[in-house]
Design a protein around this ligand. Structure first.
Ligand code: SF4
Ligand code: SF4
Length: 113
């Protein structure tokens, strides 16, 4: 069954720990400086009226992501970025199961790996 990562970006703090986890996990690869399998893109902070603000941190999985293939083949339960996200906004699993979670709330995205 296809695997994926569900991102609940409503609660992504923009801490960049997932980026560091990826760089360490794939340290044997030569990434372009400052780039790896996941990058946090930021939108905001700016006001949109009535005490509302745009403040979005969005993890983007890049083509440098190799899906933690070696790590998972060695028996790990989840990719390094997922394991090290202390806000628990990244969930790894079967795409069909994650799609059900996706339907439950807005401000989520589902990446198929
Ligand atoms: S996805 Fe998790 S680890 Fe990455 S920036 Fe957001 S909160 Fe931090
Ligand atoms: S799944 Fe693995 S390779 Fe892909 S971004 Fe996460 S840590 Fe990097």
């Amino acid at each position: 069954m296809a695997k994926g990562i569900l991102v609940d970006y409503e609660w992504c703090s923009g801490c960049h720990t997932c980026e560091m986890a990826c760089e360490v996990e794939l340290t044997h690869k030569s990434f372009p400086e400052g780039h790896c399998g996941v990058k946090i893109h930021e939108e905001g902070i700016y006001p949109i009226g009535d005490d509302k603000w745009i403040d979005i941190n969005m993890p983007i999985f890049t083509d440098l992501c190799d899906k933690c293939e070696e790590r998972l083949n060695q028996g790990a339960a989840e990719p390094s970025c997922v394991k090290h996200c202390q806000a628990h906004v990244l969930t790894y699993g079967d795409v069909e199961d994650l799609a059900k979670e996706l339907a439950k709330k807005p401000k989520q995205v589902l990446y198929c790996l």
